[in-house]
Structure formats: structure tokens, C-alpha cells
Design a protein around this ligand. Structure first.
Ligand SMILES: Cc1ncc(C[n+]2csc(CCOP(=O)(O)OP(=O)(O)O)c2C)c(N)n1
Ligand SMILES: [Mg+2]
Length: 348
């Protein structure tokens, strides 16, 4: 099927038009049945995992901070579908979805949330600080913007080693206003480092709307002065994300340097579990949920095309719920780290 332009994400007014590039940003390549089903399953796994994490937090099993990714699932799933073995991923604290998309197992992530010894950081990192060398996931970072410069270092390592891996660094609209982001852009452009910078524009940084806090709200233009191209992408449509990711990764792999993808997305929950989200209306959230939900979009296409029945989708839901329930049971029964672990793996 011929590519068509993605539906624009409603009520976004950018101060400027995206830079003219040779990219096809926003053009959608339709998925075949298998790909739609895979995207559906992956996004659903993240959604159900996050709902369970929210419940466990409410019950007091998870301490500290916990930032849920619900609403943004299409971004990591579409990106991951385009990545290849060896590409590295790094992100901020809203990271559970990124880890599951990377193939890290639900038990290990949930057990880390509850601070147990089988967690990815042996129960000592918590929600914001998990890593998996095996899956090329480099965290999980609580300092806003820090992962952008670290991710640029990963890209530098790829270039230095002469491999063809690409680093994928995710950060938020709020982080995009941080100084180290631009120091990183400068170096990445200067040395033509293979990195995709992904701005997950979910419209809010804690309680502050982008419209109140940012002078240039078209984040795909943020690399213009360094000659870094960018695309704005409908981050609620997994097909648009996958199509943009294919282009961006090919650009980086061919040695042309960094690229920016601005994902227009939305978080349904508050910034963290302690945020009642009074800075926006319930109607605003409800409108996004009912009109642009990333999982519902795939579900509707699967049904409409006759590629899945309600029963098929129920079976996927059950499979996903079982994985999540198992991870939650595990995360409550696994022992806490031994006291002797108090000072191991800790930088003093
Ligand atoms: C250097 C630094 N400054 C401030 C904070 C506090 N803080 C945590 S999250 C956040 C907002 C970031 O928003 P955004 O980048 O849009 O990401 P989102 O939470 O929307 O995913 C702030 C200011 C921090 N963790 N680190
Ligand atoms: Mg944000």
C-alpha cells in the first residue's frame, strides 16, 4: 500500500514549521497482520505492567519514585521494531516500557520495583535505575537530561570501535531545554556520531505545560543550528513511529551523524505516583484516550481488517495478564537483598 500521511496529533500548534529535509517523516507504511499483532501484544504488555505497578505502589509494595509510561507505548514499541541487535537504548526515569520493549523480563523489572534481590539492580536501584548489559539497555536515569550526554558517549563508542550500532537516547520535552543536551548535539554533529535523539513530547514536564515553558515548541527543530535534521512524528501511531525509526536509523548507520525524532505523545497518568495532575482537565486526558489511544488504534485495525476476532484479542490479553500477574507474585515473594549487600556495587 502506498504510504500516506499520518493523522496529525490534535491541538498542537508549533511556533515554526519543521525544517525541510529529504525525510518522509510521518508517512505511514501499513503493517501486515503479524506486525500489527506483535505491536498490539508489546504495547499491551507495557500497559498492563504499568497498571500493575501502579496498584502495587498504592498497596505499599513499591517505595520511592515511580513514573508510569501509560499512553506513550507506541513510541518505544515502534522504535524497537526498527532497531537491530547491538543498538543501545538509554532513557530517563519513565523507563519501565523501554526495558520491556528491549526484551528485559517482567519479573526482573517488577522485582526491582519492589526492591528484591532478583531485580535488575539486585533491589538497590528501584524504578529509575535499572540496567541490562545483555539487552543493551543503559538505564534508567533520574537526573533530567543526563542520559542525553551519556547516550552521546555510547554513540562515540560505536564510532570509535567502528561497529555499525546506533545509540537511541530518549528524553522529555522538559529535558530538551537543558544545557547539556546542546553540548551533546554539538559534539554529535561535529563527529557525526550515530545517535537518534528522541524527544518524547508528552506535553508536560512535571506540572508545567510545554506551552508555558518553551520558546520553541517544535522540538524537531532543536538541532537546526548544529545542522542536525529532525522529524515530527505522530507518537500515538506505532506505524508512524516505526516508519520514522527506519529512516532515522538508516541515516545514522550510513555515517551521516545524529538525527532528532520528536514524538508527539501524551501521558495519561500524573508525572509520578504522587501527582494528582491538577494542572490539566480530565476532559483533556479523556479526549486523548478516546481518540488517539495507541493500543486502541491497532485493535480497531485488527478487527476492521478481519485479522483478529474479539476472542483472539482476549487470548492475547490473557497471555499478557498472566505474565504480569506472575511478575507481581514473584516481586512480592522474592527475598530482599541480604544485609551484607549494603555496600556492594555502590560507589562510595
Ligand atoms: C537536573 C534535574 N532537574 C530537575 C529535576 C526534577 N525533575 C524530575 S522530572 C522533571 C520534569 C521532566 O519532564 P520531561 O523531560 O518532559 O519528561 P517527562 O517526565 O514528561 O517524561 C523535573 C524537572 C531532575 N530530576 N533533574
Ligand atoms: Mg514531558
Amino acid at each position: 500500500m502506498a504510504p500516506r500521511k499520518s493523522a496529525s496529533v490534535s491541538s498542537r500548534k508549533s511556533a515554526a514549521k519543521p525544517a525541510k529535509t529529504d525525510f518522509n517523516g510521518g508517512a505511514i507504511a501499513e503493517f501486515d497482520r503479524e506486525t500489527e499483532l506483535a505491536a498490539y501484544r508489546e504495547m499491551l504488555l507495557i500497559r498492563r505492567f504499568e497498571e500493575k505497578a501502579g496498584q502495587l505502589y498504592g498497596m505499599g509494595f513499591i517505595g520511592g519514585f515511580c513514573h508510569l509510561y501509560i499512553g506513550q507505548e507506541a513510541v518505544v514499541v515502534g522504535m524497537q521494531m526498527a532497531q537491530k541487535e547491538g543498538d543501545q537504548v538509554i532513557t530517563a526515569y519513565r523507563d519501565h516500557g523501554h526495558m520491556l520493549a528491549c526484551g528485559m523480563n517482567a519479573r526482573g523489572v517488577m522485582a526491582e520495583l519492589t526492591g528484591r534481590r532478583s531485580g535488575y539492580s539486585r533491589g538497590k536501584g528501584g524504578s529509575m535505575h535499572m540496567f541490562s548489559k545483555e539487552k543493551n539497555f543503559y538505564g534508567g536515569h533520574g537526573i533530567v537530561g543526563a542520559q542525553v550526554s551519556l547516550g552521546t558517549g555510547l554513540a562515540f563508542a560505536n564510532k570509535y570501535r567502528g561497529n555499525d550500532s546506533v545509540a537511541v537516547a530518549y528524553f522529555g520535552d522538559g529535558a530538551a531545554n537543558q544545557g547539556q543536551v546542546y553540548e551533546s548535539f554539538n559534539m554529535a554533529a561535529l563527529w557525526k556520531l550515530p545517535i537518534v535523539y528522541i524527544v518524547e513530547n508528552n506535553r508536560y514536564a512535571m506540572g508545567t505545560s510545554t506551552t508555558r515553558a518553551t520558546a520553541q515548541s517544535n522540538y524537531s527543530l532543536r538541532g537546526t543550528s548544529f545542522g542536525i535534521p529532525g522529524m515530527q512524528v505522530d507518537g500515538m501511531d506505532v506505524r508512524a513511529v516505526k516508519a520514522a525509526a527506519d529512516e532515522a536509523l538508516a541515516y545514522c548507520r550510513s555515517g551521516k551523524g545524529p538525527i532528532i525524532l520528536e514524538m508527539l505523545t501524551y501521558r495519561y497518568r500524573g508525572h509520578s505516583m504522587s501527582d494528582p495532575a491538577k494542572y490539566r482537565t480530565k476532559e483533556e486526558v479523556q479526549k486523548m484516550r478516546s481518540e488517539q489511544d495507541p493500543i486502541e488504534q491497532v485493535r480497531a485495525r485488527l478487527i476492521e481488517k478481519g485479522w483478529a476476532t474479539e476472542d483472539d484479542l482476549k487470548a492475547i490479553d490473557k497471555e499478557v495478564r498472566d505474565i504480569v500477574a506472575d511478575s507481581a507474585d514473584f516481586a512480592q515473594s522474592d527475598p530482599e537483598p541480604d544485609v551484607s549487600e549494603l555496600y556492594t556495587d555502590i560507589l562510595l
